[in-house]
Design a protein around this ligand. Structure first.
Ligand SMILES: Nc1ncnc2c1ncn2[C@@H]1O[C@H](COP(=O)(O)OP(=O)(O)OP(=O)(O)O)[C@@H](O)[C@H]1O
Length: 737
């Protein structure tokens, strides 16, 4: 049977198949010219001879790789120059030796560790001595036994001789025995020599004229050695210093294990395919009092995914939570910086605040405010910033807020005004340099705090006119307060720091809360460029206690320990928790001062400097000195002190109340008040009394009807029981404070 190909007349149709413009190619030459790719192992034939020339061989055929075209889309390969730059070169000098801070923290850690180990063992010396005395005799006999065994030179040789005997190899056996005898000869000589010398030394020590401390010195030198020889291998003389959790030097393996233990599918599936999917672009190295690992996570895994699982990571490393500090590393979102301290942060001693011992502050420049887990200093700024401090009771927000107020006090240009609405006097030390200061959570103080917010708004308006004026004069190029304008006496544009601690008391107040919140939002928006710096501290971050308009506009936030995600995000902003900024990991009281600082560089965990009342007093006395020199110390007349009212309206009202009346008209009351204290109440009408009673929402000003000469007359008035109740409550609160 013929195949279809056999029936085709190639010669006849050849010219029809050749295209006019096409080249006629000699296929044999073209094939010969084609560069052959290297054969793959499976293509290499093992039969001998050149089969391609064998016309009889129909089963074998040449296998060549299909010719590869040019890559359509060449892979982005790292160019050699770039790769070289990126290559992790080992640092010439170890990282920890490069900075004084690194050396210091290393030495500090080492000294601390050595001191601890020394003290630990020193306490146990009696126990060690008893153990040594117990095991030393055993060691003596064991040592003699070992020496005798060594002298016979049987070790090793015996087995070889036995093997020769088994093989019936007499010649080898004799050679080996001869060797043993030669070795044993000089060993025995040494043993006898040593034993004689030891006996003589013993006799001299026992009966000779040697001082007794020699005996002690020899005992101290030899007993531990003998005890070491005598004790069983599993019973060390000394106790282990560290059990369980301890500092572990970070290794790539440890980090990989911990990351895999997070159960992040992106990490686990990548590592299952390629164990090197977790990469380390630089060596793990010492960094401050701990080790730092820079980690490139598998493709698609974000550093924030890991940061959000800090607890699991610490578990994977078998370390306490506050020893493990993952952070986003610069470069790309999948690069993680994992710092592991030598010891938990709660046990690391924070250095003292540099501003306690000396130094002025320029609010236009950064000053130390906090430390990182590595004990690096974090600088804060005040100018053109508003701050929000949030945290549950005992988180340390008042102390952190006070640090900023103390720093501001050290700049004599700064005007300080503030309210502490908790009423315990945390800011009392700062009061002497404040132009306005209030302390308490009674309606009176809260009312004044609200009035202060109104005043701040008016101050914004005044300042904006001044800025406009100086801007036209070319002295405020960006229509902002400049250091020159701030220092210019009489410019009215000096920095003004207004602080409100426990501000939730103000914003959640039934009367003043809403308007104060709205005004504060405006002040925060307008005041920043005008040199007005608002510092707010709150413990209840919900929309009533802290209007969202305020949180949105505050540019610097310090979120200390909070109970839940909602509180966390109220302070740090939406999605902060999701992005791994979680102040919920800090424990109140135990980790007081720790929080997430955002708005100043890279957000992360920071601990505010701890300044106690004694140190605060020292700082303020220095601040008073600077202010007196600069002529900016507020005089007593200038200072507003709402804590001790010069008159007590409520008490005065009760004193002048018309006998037997449950309700009284405002007019009647103001007339009687003016009679009693004309210096204060002279000229008061009904409206003044209504306004003065505003801080006391418990006293309702209503229409009160009375009969005057037989006719019913209605005027604005109040009830005695309201005044009485509010006054009792106020006095009770004051007593508690
Ligand atoms: N940076 C810090 N380092 C160490 N301890 C601190 C630090 N800050 C505060 N503390 C301690 O924590 C305690 C509570 O601090 P603080 O009064 O500031 O907390 P708070 O959050 O304002 O709590 P509360 O609302 O109950 O007043 C302080 O008495 C102080 O001893």
């Amino acid at each position: 049977m013929t195949s279809p190909d056999d029936r085709f007349d190639f010669d006849r149709y050849e010219h029809d198949l050749t295209l006019p413009d096409a080249d006629v190619v000699d296929l044999d030459t073209a094939r010969a010219n084609r560069t052959r790719p290297a054969p793959r192992p499976q293509d290499i034939r093992t039969d001998d001879g050149d089969d391609s020339d064998d016309p009889e061989d129909f089963e074998s055929f040449e296998v060549t790789e299909p010719p590869l075209g040019r890559p359509v889309d060449p892979p982005d390969e790292i160019t050699p120059g770039f790769a070289l730059r990126e290559a992790a070169r080992r640092p010439l000098v170890a990282q920890w030796l490069r900075s004084w801070r690194g050396v210091r923290s290393m030495l500090r850690w080492w000294t601390k560790q050595t001191a601890y180990v020394t003290a630990y063992h020193a306490l146990r010396v009696p126990k060690y001595v008893a153990k040594m005395l117990w095991w030393a005799p055993v060691g003596l006999f064991r040592g003699i036994g070992r020496m005798l065994k060594w002298a016979t030179a049987e070790e090793g040789n015996y087995t070889l001789r036995q093997a020769a005997a088994d093989r019936k190899d007499a010649e080898t056996w004799l050679k080996l025995d001869k060797q043993r005898q030669a070795a044993a000869r000089w060993r025995w000589m040494l043993v006898f020599g040593g034993a004689t010398a030891a006996s003589i030394a013993g006799a001299v020590l026992a009966y000779g004229p040697t001082p007794s401390w020699w005996n002690w010195a020899i005992a101290v030198g030899s007993v531990p050695v003998l005890a070491r020889l005598g004790r069983p291998a599993d019973k060390p003389i000394t106790d282990r210093v560290i059990e369980g959790n301890k500092y572990r030097k970070l290794t790539a393996e440890l980090v990989r294990r911990a990351l895999v233990s997070l159960q992040l599918s992106g990490i686990n599936s990548a590592v299952a395919k390629n164990p090197k999917a977790i990469a380390f672009p630089t060596d793990i190295h010492r960094d401050g009092p701990g080790h730092l690992a820079i980690i490139d996570l598998p493709y698609g895994v974000e550093a924030s995914d890991v940061i959000a699982r800090r607890g699991r990571l610490a578990s994977g490393l078998r370390l306490p939570l506050d020893q493990v500090w993952p952070e986003q590393a610069p470069g790309h979102t999948g690069r993680l910086a994992l710092w592991v301290g030598y010891e938990p942060a709660s046990q690391m001693k924070q250095p003292a605040w540099p501003l306690i011992s000396g130094g002025k502050v320029d609010v236009f420049k950064p000053f130390p405010f906090a430390t990182t887990p590595r004990l690096d200093t974090v600088d804060a700024e005040l100018m053109f910033r508003n701050w929000l401090f949030g945290g549950q009771p005992g988180s340390g927000k008042t102390f952190a807020l006070r640090d900023l107020v103390l720093a501001a006090a050290l700049d004599p240009r700064v005007e300080l005004r503030g309210y502490e609405l908790k009423g315990v006097g945390d800011f009392a030390k700062v009061a002497p340099v404040c132009l306005e200061y209030g302390n308490g959570f009674d309606d009176d103080t809260i009312g004044r705090a609200a009035a202060f917010v109104d005043w701040l708004y008016e101050e914004c308006q005044r300042r904006s006119k001044r800025i406009d004026h100086y801007g036209k004069a070319g002295k405020a190029p960006e229509n902002k307060v400049t250091p020159e304008l701030a220092s210019l006496k009489g410019s009215g544009l000096h920095p003004l720091v207004a602080f409100f601690d426990e501000v939730q008391e103000l914003f959640s107040h039934p009367t003043f809360g809403k308007p104060a919140g709205e005004k504060m939002e405006k002040v925060i928006k307008l005041g920043r460029a005008l040199g007005i710096i608002i510092l707010l501290g709150t413990q209840i971050p919900d929309k009533d206690s802290l209007p969202t308009g305020i949180t949105r506009n505050v540019n610097t936030r310090f979120c200390l320990s909070v109970a839940d995600q909602t509180a966390n995000d109220m302070i740090l902003g939406t999605s902060a928790y999701k992005n791994g900024l979680r102040a919920t990991v800090f424990e109140p009281v135990v980790e007081a001062g720790w929080g997430i600082l955002s708005g100043l560089g890279k957000p992360g965990a920071k601990r505010s400097y701890y300044v106690d009342n004694v140190a605060a007093e020292r700082i303020i006395s220095r601040a008073i000195g600077y202010r007196q020199k600069a002529g900016t110390m507020p005089t007593e007349e200038e200072q507003t002190r709402p804590t001790g009212p010069t008159f007590d309206l409520l008490a005065d009202l009760l004193a002048v109340w018309p006998e037997g009346d449950a309700k009284a008209w405002n007019d009647t009351l103001t007339t009687r008040l003016a009679e009693m204290r004309p210096e204060i109440y002279e000229g008061w009408a009904s409206e003044q009394l209504t306004a003065a009673l505003k801080p006391h929402p418990g006293i309702k000003v209503t229409d009160v009807g009375k009969r005057v000469e037989g006719k019913a007359v209605t005027r604005r008035g109040i009830a005695r029981s309201d005044v009485h109740d509010v006054m009792t409550e106020r006095d009770r609160k004051r007593g508690a404070a």
